[in-house]
Design a protein around this ligand. Structure first.
Ligand code: NAP
Length: 240
């Protein structure tokens, strides 16, 4: 699985990070989330155009009017040329199941959407989403979503091979810790936000020692109009 993220030069991907800010509605307090350029957005659409599915956490789809769409005909033709379904499937991860069916991503019926949740979350979501048959709800664990089980299920039942994870920091962290990320597409914007109130690319629990840290190598980078676009691949050599 690939991760695609945009961050500031000091590693912030925006959005509330400090626990005291988490209950604040994001659209009303988070204009600093909209810091990407048109070029970065086009790169995101090109990356999506090579993927079977897009995966996001609850925090991300609630952070704005996000529909995880293709970007239009040009990208749909690229998908068709690669033999992919015209619209990528969508997977939303929410352990709690407290997801609003009004989120923009659930209005788009063009591709099946899976909500990966827990046993308790499933009860809640089945009631909330029963009028949206294109949204499937499945439990992959009791307290947390077992992400390895989720990915195995997506391979087996939806035949998903290439998937892109588009954040946010908490879900990214859980995926890194489950050793499910092979590739990172990272854009660095020429900005510094500073402070501790913003999310980073990988929040949550993190790794606790250097040998455990997820390890990648930069395989490509280029700069354009002040931004840096880079690709990292997972390192397979064992650490000394
Ligand atoms: N710059 C960028 O490229 C970029 C990309 C994406 C997002 N963002 C920003 O990132 C912010 C959102 O990030 P975030 O870290 O707050 O949220 P997030 O990672 O999108 O979602 C976190 C939620 O995902 C669920 N989750 C994650 N791992 C789970 C697991 N193993 N089991 C069960 N549930 C799991 C939980 O939902 P429940 O609480 O329902 O259990 C958790 O609260 C937004 O402000 C957005 O703008 C930036």
């Amino acid at each position: 699985m690939a991760v695609n993220m945009l961050m500031t030069a000091d590693g912030k991907v925006s959005g509330p990070h400090h626990p005291s800010l988490e209950s604040t509605p994001r659209q009303t307090m988070d204009p600093m989330s909209a810091f990407g350029s048109r070029r970065d957005h086009n790169r995101l659409l090109r990356i999506r155009a090579t993927m079977d599915a897009i995966i996001c956490g609850r925090g991300t789809i609630e952070s704005g009017p996000i529909d995880l769409g293709t970007g239009g005909r040009r990208y749909e033709s690229m998908r068709a040329a690669c033999g992919l379904e015209i619209h990528p499937r969508k997977i939303i991860v929410s352990g709690s199941g407290s997801l609003s069916p009004d989120c923009k991503v659930f209005q788009n019926k063009k591709a099946p959407t899976l909500i990966a949740t827990t046993t308790a979350g499933k009860q809640l979501l089945k009631a909330t989403f029963h009028l949206k048959p294109w949204v499937e709800v499945r439990s992959f664990g009791k307290e947390f979503v077992d992400l390895r089980k989720l990915i195995a299920w997506l391979h087996e039942h939806w035949n998903m091979r290439r998937m892109v994870l588009e954040g946010g920091g908490k879900l990214n962290d859980a995926m890194f810790r489950a050793n499910l990320v092979d590739e990172i597409f990272l854009t660095v914007a020429p900005l510094v936000y500073g402070g501790t109130r913003h999310s980073t690319m990988s929040d949550g629990k993190g790794f606790t020692s250097l040998p455990q840290a997820a390890s990648f190598e930069c395989t490509e980078y280029h700069c354009c109009d002040g931004e840096m676009f880079s690709t990292f691949r997972k390192k397979h050599t064992p650490r000394p």
